[in-house]
Structure formats: C-alpha cells, structure tokens
Design a protein around this ligand. Sequence first.
Ligand code: PLP
Length: 417
Amino acid sequence: MSALMKTDPEIAQSILREEEREKNKIILIASENYTSQAVLEAQGSIFSNKYAEGYPAKRFYEGCEFVDQAESLAIERAKTLFKAEHCNVQPLSGTIANLAVYLSVLKPGDRILGMNLSHGGHLSHGASASFTGRIFESFHYGVSRDTYLIDYDEVRDMARKLSPRIIVTGASSYSRTIDFKRFRDIADEVGALLMADIAHIAGLVAADAHPSPVPYADFVTTTTHKTLRGPRGAFILCKKEYASKIDSTVFPGLQGGPFMNIIAAKAVCFREAQNGQFKQYGQQIVKNAQALCDALKGKGYEIVTGTTDNHLFLVDLTNRGLTGRDAARALDKAGITLNKNVIPFDTQSPYVTSGIRIGTPIVTTRGMKEDAMQTIAGWIDLILSNSSDETLQKKTAAEVREFCRAYPIRPVISSGE
Ligand code: PLP
C-alpha cells in the first residue's frame, strides 16, 4: 500500500487497523468471510477503470474486448458450478439481485410470499422497511412455535389463501436444511413462481454441503461474499426462458455500468469454488458449526431448533438473563466478534434482541477445526458467565490474539484443477 500511504495516510491507516482487527479477533459473523489474495487482486485491478454498459459482445462502449473475456468466464463458471441454464453476474448486491427478479416478473401490487424477517428472512423478501415490501403486496410465513422449524404447512395454507405471484425461500438466520422441493410443490399447487435466495448458503451449495435449489427454483439469487468467499456482490441464476427478462431488468432497468473489477473477482471466486479443496472447506464449515453448537449446548446454552445443519446457529440467551446486545458487546471486548440477532417470537426489539448469531465461515477459512471450536466455546461461556468483568475481557482478548497467530487470514488456495 505504498502509494496509498503517500496519497492518503488516513485511509491507509484505517485499512491497516482493519487488517489487524481481522487478524487478532475471532470473527463469528455468519455473513462475512475472508477472501483469497487472488480475489482481492482482481477486485483492486484496473478493470475498475472500464465502462462496459451492456453484456459481452453487446456493449455500448468500445474497448470492451478484455472485460468481455472476464465477464464471459464469470458467467460460464457460475453456470457450471451451480448447473444452471443462465447467469447474470452484474448485480451489485443481494438486495438488487432480489429486486431484479421481482421487477422482471411482477407488476407493482403483485403478491410476494416470503419468510418473516424476525424468523430469519431478509429485508428484501418483502419486509415493510424495504421497497420490496412497499412496491409489492407482501406476506410472510414463519417457523413453528414448537420446533422453530419452517412451518411448511403454514406456507402451503398461506399460498393457497393468498395466491402469491412469487414465493421466496431462503434466509439470513435459519440453521436448518431448506426443503426446496417442498417449496416447488407448493408453488406448483398455487401457480406461483419460486425464487430461492441462497445468499448465506451458496458456498455450501457449491461444496455439496447443502442441497441445491437450482433444479426446483425458477430463480436463484445469491451474494458472492458470504460462504462463497468472493468479492462483495451478487448474481442471479435462472431458467433460459427468463434470461432476457432478467438481463434487461439488471441493465438498463436497475443499474448502469457494471463493476468489471468485481465481476473479474467473481470469476476468480467461482474458479476457486470449483477446486476440490473448496468442497472440503464447505464440509468443514458445517462440521465446525456443529462442533461449536454442541459445545455450547453442553454448557447449558439454548440453541434455536436445537442444532444446525449449515454454517450458523442462533443462541437464545433468555435463560442466561442477558440480551443479545450486551452479550455481543462483552464478547467483542474479549476479541470474539459476532452479532446480536432476534430469535423467532422475540420479545426484545431488533436493537436489543434475546439472541446472538454464530457462524463459522471465517474461522474455517483460517484453518480452524473442531478442537478450536471447543476452545472458542470455552471463551464464549467464560465471558457470558461474567459479562461485566472488564479485566477478564482484556485478559481473554490477549489470549485470543495469541491463539489467532497460528491461523492465517488469507485462505491458502492450491492452483488446483
Ligand atoms: N439475501 C439474504 C438471505 C441475505 O442474508 C442478505 C444479506 O445479508 C441479502 C440477501 C442482501 O445482500 P446485500 O447486503 O448484498 O444487499
């Protein structure tokens, strides 16, 4: 960063401090990951200079021959990785990808049936605070009060009653396998389209650690920066029949010039995910989540749904007399960063919450295994059992820093097949 240091030392310093934070803390935020050096290099490349409105070989600018190569590679790799008929790699974010699907096939006022935000859904699934909930008439299914599992009977009953134009499956804080076929059957029964938002689990799907929705959903959307371990961004997979509609909604409908540096970095991420090593990574994320979940359960923590099938789980802190906000703050001071999270049927506000969300994509990227999860569970328990002990927090932060030295922050990727 020598040029940046010279031109803008304040920004350079903030980046360096962030790097120290990423090195010295244990990050358990389920939606984050540490990308490879190769992804960072593509992302920070001169492709950032290029305007390329349009699509490969159909641009509104000259000089696109090299960015065309990068975008075509990204598209083909994503199609191969997820066995999809069509892919658009231009959406700048998961929210925009979801909006692009809705605007491709819905008219304002049409009905969306998505997962309740407070039960694990995402804002862009029709929540009232999001324009997806204002432009369209949105309804929400949730989880069962007894099991905290998706209540598929409720989904079917609501779909029959409401006849939504589209059903949205996918979540931000649901720890169990989603039955995409069951959603397809419900959509077919009521003549609805089906969109699967796999933003959180895309890396697991790519690694065969979670079933794929591609055979069942008309549209699959995802971000690239969570378990998939790519740059910040998103893409849309769909059946061929929707290809031109999706493409024209993304550009010129919703976006202008695509971020070609990010698209190149997406191509790198897809290549890395095709490597056999990534399959092991995806499987290890789940093993680590299960190990951490079991260890905390063994210490008396209440796990929402009792266990996890994927990269994350929610801890209900009600029986500990702690809010999610206070728990997350105490843990961060002790070098363990995660986020407060509402639990289904939470009585606390989203700013306070009764729960925390724990995810293992980053610790797995750093090469930690099940034994490390036992150590982390011990620290979490120690801090949450003494949540106002600042001396203990400082002492633990120093231990965490020492522990982290054994684990690199960039994934080591073999050049692989
Ligand atoms: N969909 C799901 C399920 C998510 O969890 C998220 C982000 O957390 C998004 C979409 C939105 O992604 P972005 O933050 O890129 O808009």
